[in-house]
Design a protein around this ligand. Structure first.
Ligand SMILES: N[C@@H](CCC[C@H](N)C(=O)O)C(=O)O
Length: 281
């Protein structure tokens, strides 16, 4: 199987061009390629596919093989892949995802995509649609018990589920211990991505993330968008915020009137290669 490894703010995935390759069992293939010791090493697998309703389609799988509806860093990398490889010459690309059609604007330097702005659509705050098991109209700054401690959570879906927790200092979070406890908490029937957010000032936040199905990653695009919406709901920041992640920075604009979130950030190729996948996978 031919692949390209790409990253957006250090959130790295194996991309397969399904106009040329067939991936029969993507859940299993994602586990194999993502393994950082016995595979290529990545946060998951992303398939670039033909679409009947948009220019391209994305399917994305976490490192544990579970499928997600959306991947913010992944959609930017797909825009770079299809443009740089001459699969389109459009500077506004439409992409079908399990969370609807997303529109990607590419910014090029010397003919190659450097940055991409994505219309991430409307944030969803209704608990039953995130989903979060809470008998409320919206989950803002709600107290929950996790591993014997109280945390205050704000729930937002960007097509995939997020739980945002504000902390004094992201460096002091024992994320390997607390991340899985959030992910598998009974409040979240489809598990959850958890963002730990430190407010730097009204235009800047620092974020660490525990991703559903993968663990701690260096960045999460949907998570950055969900966090900026959560900041706005808690009146902690303005609506245009730079999110500092372990692997880089994303610029997020929350347009409350239009009810949409725009994410802008980089996309880079790491390497290309070929891997033998057993027939049963
Ligand atoms: N890293 C991604 C999100 C990947 C999916 C997530 N782990 C989930 O299961 O929903 C991003 O950049 O948005």
């Amino acid at each position: 199987m031919k692949f390209t490894k790409m990253q957006g703010c250090g959130n790295d995935y194996i991309y397969v061009n399904c106009f040329e390759e067939t991936v029969e069992n993507p859940q299993e293939v994602s586990k194999v390629v993502s393994d950082r010791h016995f595979g290529i090493g990545s946060d998951g697998l992303i398939l670039i596919q033909p679409s009947d309703v948009a220019d391209f389609r994305m399917s994305m799988y976490n490192a544990d093989g579970s499928e997600s509806q959306m991947c913010g860093n992944g959609v930017r990398c797909i825009a770079k892949y299809v443009y740089d490889n001459g699969m389109t010459d459009k500077k506004r690309i439409s992409l079908e995802t399990k969370a609807g059609i997303k529109y990607l604007d590419v910014f090029t330097e010397e003919g190659k995509v450097k940055r991409v702005s994505v219309d991430m659509g409307s944030p969803i705050t209704m608990p039953s649609q995130i989903p979060i098991r809470m008998d409320k109209d919206i989950v803002i700054d709600e107290a929950v018990q996790v591993m014997g401690n109280e945390y205050r959570i704000t729930g937002v879906s960007m097509g995939n589920p997020h739980c945002v927790v504000f902390v004094e200092d992201t460096e002091k979070i024992d994320i390997e211990r607390i991340g899985p406890a959030f992910e598998y908490h009974a409040l979240f029937p489809e598990r959850i991505n958890t963002e730990f957010i430190q407010i730097i000032d009204r235009k800047t936040i620092r974020m660490r993330v525990w991703e559903r199905g993968t663990g701690e990653t260096l960045a999460c695009g949907t998570g950055a968008c969900a966090s900026v919406v959560a900041c706005a709901l808690n009146e902690l920041t303005e609506d245009e915020v730079t999110v500092k992640l372990l692997g880089g920075e994303l610029f997020i604009q929350y347009d409350r009137e239009a009810e949409k979130v725009i994410m802008t950030g980089p996309a880079e190729v790491i390497c290309t290669g070929e891997i033998e996948i057993e027939k049963s996978k």
